[in-house]
Design a protein around this ligand. Structure first.
Ligand SMILES: Nc1nc2c(ncn2[C@@H]2O[C@H](COP(=O)(O)OP(=O)(O)OP(=O)(O)O)[C@@H](O)[C@H]2O)c(=O)[nH]1
Ligand SMILES: [Mg+2]
Length: 687
C-alpha cells in the first residue's frame, strides 16, 4: 500500500448550489486520474458518488461521499457534498475535514443562492478555494458573463486562471493563462492557442499578473518597474495568494464531456494547500487548554470522527480524518471525548460505496472503520498517554418538525430503534415524544430531509412510516370562577348508588396546572371518599368541553356534599367529582389556549417587507428588527399553529436566502373565531 507524506495529500471538498455538477465532476476526476475505468452519469444513476438508492431515485446527492484518487503522486481525497440546502449538515462535516474547496458554478445559471451560501461558509472557515465554471458545453453557456457575475457577487479576488476555447457545442478545452499552454479534447491533449484568441488571452493574463503582483510584496516592485517576472515566481505568488485566500482562481470545464479536468487536477495540486500547510487546533484534555500545532505523522494520534452511517448489512461505519500521528488496523485507541478505549478492527479507505482495506492511515488522510462501540460523530480518537480533542463540527439546529406514524403494529415495534439509528447517522435530526399530543416528533432542517429519512427507515430498517404535520398541543381553561353541584343517585334492584359533591372552580394564572383542594367540614363527605372525588376531577380535566384538549390552570375546591351510609362508594364519588368538574368548567366561560413561539427570521434587507406582510397573515406580533450589514433580523411572536411549515414558506418568499430559529415562549388565548375549526379538526382526527 502506498503511503503519502503530509505534503502529498490534498483533501478537497466539492461545493455548489444543487445541480451545478459536483457529482459529475467527481466522476470525471476519478476517471481522468485513472481510479475508475468507466465514466458514470448522474442521470443514469451510475456514478461512484451517488450510489445510495435514495440518491439514484432523486438524482441528487444526499450524503457526503469520499472519492480518493491519485494525481502526480499525490493523494487527492475529494469529498462530494449535496447542494440541496436541507443537507447542510453533510456540507459542514465535509468542509471540516478539507483543506481546500472546489466551488462549482454553472456556466448558464451563474452564481445562485446556494453558491453564495457555500461561499459564505468558506469565508467563515477561511478555506482556500478554486472556482470551476462548469457545463461550458451547455446551450447558453457563457464564461465571461459567468465570471462577471462571480466577481460582482463574490468579489474581485476571483480571477480567471483559464479561458475556455469555444463554448456550448463547440467547447473544446482551456487555455492556462499562467503557462500559456492550451489543452483540448477528452482525453486532454496539448493544443495551439487559437490565433483569434490572442488579444483576449493577453488581456486576461495581464489582469491575472496584476492581481498576483498586487498581493505579493516580492513581486509588486518588479511589476511596477516593468521587470520580467518568471513563470516560477508567478506560480509561487499565485500559490501563496490562493492558499491564503487572497486570490480565488477561476477555471473552466465540462464535467459531463470530461473537458478541462486534467487542468483542474493540476490546479488542485498546484494551488490548494496540503494538510501540512494548515495548522490544527487541538485541545489538551488534561491541561484543559488549546494549542495550534503543525501536523506530523510521527506524533501521537489525533483523529476526528466527522460522520457515521448506519447500514443493516455492513453495520455502523465511522468516518474519520487523521490530523496527527497514525492509526493502525486491529489496534486500540483512546476515545478522548468519551474517555473510553475503542477497539479498531480493519481500516478502510472508501471510494463511493467500495471499501478497500488498508493496514494504516497516517496524518492527512481520511478513512473508515466498521463496528465501533462507543464512538460517535464529533469524537476525537487519540492515544491514552496524550489524550487530545479536536473541535467537532458545529451543526445547525433543527427547525422543521414532523409527526411520525408507524404504518403497522410491526412498524411500531421497530420504530424506536430505527429512529435512534437515523439520528445517530444525521446529527441535524432529532427525535422526541410530545407528551401533550402523544406524538413522536422528528425534527430536522427541512421537508426533503425528513422525507428522505422516512424513505431510509423503510428501505434500511424495514419500518414503514407516514409523516404528518404534528398536532398543536392546545389546552383549555376557564376565565371566571363558578360553582357546580352534582348528585349521582341511582336505585337499581338491590342497594343503590349515591355520591353528592359541591365544587368551586376558579381560574389560576398561566402555567399553574390543576390544583385540587378539599374544604368539606362536619364529615358531610367522609374523608375516605375525598381521594375518589379528586380522581374524578383528574379524569375530567383530561378532556375539556371546547375541543377535547386537556384542561389547565384551574383550582377545584370541594366544599360540600352528602353521602348515604349504605349506597355511597368510591366509584359514586368519583363520578360525582368528574361530573361536577365538567359542569363547572362549562359555566366558567372556557377558552382555548395555544402555544406561542419566539421566532427570529434572518433575511437580506430587501425581503423585510415581504416577511412582515407574510407574518401579518400568520397572527404574528412583530417585536423588533435589527438591520445591519445588508441583513435584517426580524423578531416576532407567532402561534405555533401558523408556523409549523415556515421553513417552506420562508424558502419560497426569499428563494432560499433566509433562515430562522424558533422556540416555545408561552400559552395564549386562541381567538374565538378559530376555535370551531380546531374543534372540528380534533373531532375528525379522533373519528
Ligand atoms: N451539459 C452538461 N451537463 C452537466 C455537466 N455537469 C453536470 N451536468 C448535468 O447536471 C445535472 C446535475 O449534475 P450533478 O453532477 O448531479 O450535480 P450536483 O452538483 O452533484 O447536484 P446535487 O448533488 O443535487 O448538489 C445532471 O443532469 C448532469 O448530467 C456538464 O458539464 N455539462
Ligand atoms: Mg451531487
Amino acid at each position: 500500500m502506498q503511503q503519502y507524506g503530509l505534503e502529498n495529500v490534498r483533501n478537497i471538498v466539492l461545493l455548489s448550489h444543487s445541480g451545478a455538477g459536483k457529482t459529475s465532476l467527481g466522476e470525471a476526476i476519478l476517471f481522468t486520474a485513472g481510479a475508475i475505468k468507466r465514466l458514470g452519469e448522474v442521470d443514469e444513476g451510475t456514478t461512484i458518488s451517488d450510489y445510495d438508492p435514495d440518491e439514484v431515485k432523486r438524482k441528487i446527492s444526499i450524503s457526503l461521499s469520499l472519492l480518493p484518487c491519485e494525481w502526480k503522486e499525490t493523494k487527492i481525497n475529494l469529498v462530494d457534498t449535496p447542494g440541496y440546502s436541507d443537507f447542510v449538515g453533510e456540507v459542514k462535516s465535509a468542509m471540516r475535514v478539507s483543506e481546500g474547496a472546489v466551488l462549482v458554478v454553472c456556466a448558464t445559471s451563474g452564481v445562485e443562492v446556494g453558491t453564495e451560501q457555500v461561499w459564505g461558509y468558506c469565508e467563515e472557515a477561511d478555506l482556500p478555494r478554486l472556482i470551476l465554471v462548469n457545463k461550458m458545453d451547455r446551450e447558453n453557456a457563457d464564461f465571461r458573463r459567468t465570471v462577471e457575475g462571480i466577481q460582482s457577487k463574490l468579489g474581485s479576488k476571483c480571477q480567471p486562471l483559464q479561458l475556455p476555447i469555444g463554448a456550448q457545442n463547440s467547447f473544446q478545452g482551456v487555455i492556462d493563462l499562467m503557462t500559456m499552454k492550451s489543452y483540448a479534447g477528452s482525453p486532454s491533449r496539448e493544443a495551439e492557442i487559437p490565433a483569434e484568441m490572442k488579444d483576449q488571452v493577453d488581456s486576461f493574463r495581464g489582469q491575472l499578473i496584476e492581481a498576483i503582483a498586487g498581493v505579493d510584496d516580492r513581486l509588486i516592485e518588479k511589476y511596477l518597474n516593468d521587470e520580467e517576472i518568471s513563470l516560477e515566481e508567478l506560480q509561487h505568488g499565485l500559490r501563496d495568494a490562493a492558499v491564503n485566500g487572497k486570490i480565488v482562481p477561476i477555471l473552466a470545464g465540462s464535467a459531463l464531456q470530461n473537458i478541462g479536468i486534467t487542468s483542474l487536477l493540476d490546479a488542485v495540486y498546484d494551488y490548494l494547500p496540503s494538510p501540512k500547510e494548515r495548522e490544527v487546533v487541538i485541545g489538551d484534555t488534561a491541561k484543559k487548554s488549546t494549542e495550534k500545532i503543525e501536523p506530523s505523522q510521527d506524533a501521537p494520534l489525533a483523529a476526528l470522527v466527522f460522520k457515521t452511517s448506519a447500514d443493516p448489512y455492513v453495520g455502523k461505519l465511522t468516518y474519520f480524518r487523521v490530523y496527527n500521528g497514525s492509526i493502525e488496523s486491529n489496534s486500540h485507541v483512546w476515545n478522548a471525548t468519551k474517555n473510553e478505549t475503542e477497539r479498531i478492527g480493519q481500516l478502510f479507505i472508501m471510494r463511493g460505496k467500495t471499501q478497500e482495506p488498508v493496514s494504516q492511515l497516517r496524518a492527512g488522510d481520511i478513512g473508515v472503520v466498521a463496528k465501533l462501540n462507543v464512538t460517535g460523530t464529533g469524537d476525537t480518537l487519540s492515544s491514552q498517554d496524550k489524550p487530545v480533542q479536536i473541535t467537532p463540527v458545529v451543526f445547525p439546529e433543527p427547525i422543521f418538525d414532523t409527526a411520525v406514524y408507524p404504518k403497522t403494529k410491526d412498524d411500531l415495534d421497530k420504530l424506536g430503534a430505527a429512529l435512534s439509528r437515523m439520528t445517530e447517522e444525521d446529527p441535524t435530526l432529532r427525535v422526541h415524544r410530545e407528551l401533550d399530543t402523544g406524538e413522536t416528533i422528528l425534527s430536522g432542517v427541512g421537508e426533503t430531509q425528513l422525507a428522505v429519512a422516512a424513505d431510509k427507515m423503510s428501505r434500511k430498517f424495514g419500518v414503514g412510516v407516514e409523516l404528518k404535520t404534528p398536532g398543536v398541543p392546545y389546552k383549555e381553561t376557564i376565565t371566571v370562577a363558578t360553582k357546580a353541584e352534582y348528585k349521582h343517585k341511582k336505585q337499581t334492584g338491590g342497594h343503590g348508588q349515591y355520591g353528592h359533591v359541591l365544587m368551586e372552580i376558579a381560574p389560576l394564572p398561566r402555567d399553574s396546572g390543576v390544583e385540587f383542594v378539599a374544604k368539606v367540614v362536619g364529615g358531610r363527605i367522609p374523608r375516605n371518599y375525598i381521594p375518589a372525588v379528586e380522581k374524578g376531577v383528574n379524569e375530567a380535566v383530561q378532556e375539556g368541553v371546547l375541543a377535547g384538549y386537556p384542561v389547565v390552570d384551574i383550582k377545584a375546591t370541594v366544599y360540600d356534599g352528602s353521602y348515604h351510609p349504605v349506597d355511597s362508594s368510591e366509584i359514586c364519588f368519583k363520578i360525582a367529582g368528574a361530573q361536577a368538574m365538567k359542569k363547572g368548567f362549562s359555566q366558567g366561560q372556557p377558552i382555548l389556549l395555544e402555544p406561542v413561539m419566539n421566532m427570529k427570521v434572518t433575511v437580506p434587507d430587501n425581503f423585510t417587507g415581504d416577511i412582515i406582510a407574510d407574518l401579518n397573515t400568520k397572527r404574528a406580533q412583530v417585536q423588533g428588527m435589527n438591520p445591519g450589514g445588508g441583513i435584517n433580523i426580524i423578531e416576532a411572536q407567532v402561534p405555533l399553529a401558523e408556523v409549523q411549515r415556515y421553513a417552506i414558506d420562508l424558502k419560497s418568499i426569499t428563494q432560499g436566502r433566509g433562515s430562522y430559529t424558533v422556540e416555545f415562549s408561552h400559552y395564549e388565548e386562541v381567538p374565538a373565531h378559530i376555535i370551531e375549526k380546531i374543534a372540528a379538526e380534533r373531532q375528525a382526527k379522533k373519528g
